[in-house]
Write a protein of this length. Structure first.
Length: 73
């Protein structure tokens, strides 16, 4: 009975995966691109459908209250 070595047992699987460091670098680059794009899309949708208007309208008041609170502390 012949024993198959790992390189001949699955010849089609050789070179299928990149080295781990290269995969992590690729994942890092993809996430650095997709996360800001996703956040910009969410901001655009919020502005388009008006769900962001309450925050924009309330922001000056909240910022002023926060400054006053910090100055008291």
């Amino acid at each position: 009975m012949r024993s198959a070595s790992p390189s001949t047992a699955l010849p089609w699987a050789r070179g299928k995966w990149r080295p781990r460091e290269e995969r992590l670098q690729l994942l890092d680059v993809v996430l650095k691109i997709l996360v800001p794009v996703f956040l910009l899309v969410c901001l655009g949708v919020a502005l388009k459908y008006g769900s962001f208007q309450g925050y924009v309208k309330d922001y000056p008041h909240r910022a002023l209250v926060a400054l006053q609170t910090l100055s008291l502390g």
